[in-house]
Design a protein. Sequence first.
Length: 69
Amino acid sequence: MPETTLQTEPRLQEPDLFYKSLAQLHAGLTPEESLLVNSKLLLVLANHIGDHQVLLQAIDLVKSNVSTD
């Protein structure tokens, strides 16, 4: 049975390498290009996750951590 709860504990095997790769992906991009790259990456990862409830939990978590000031 697939996991239907958002996993928020650290799970990246090599977080520093991932961060470096993500930073390199954005190197030299305009703010608009960077936003587009982030949107495409988000959709690819959301498709990989595939579980609607988990994705909604992620949206709620992010929404609750965004300041509107």
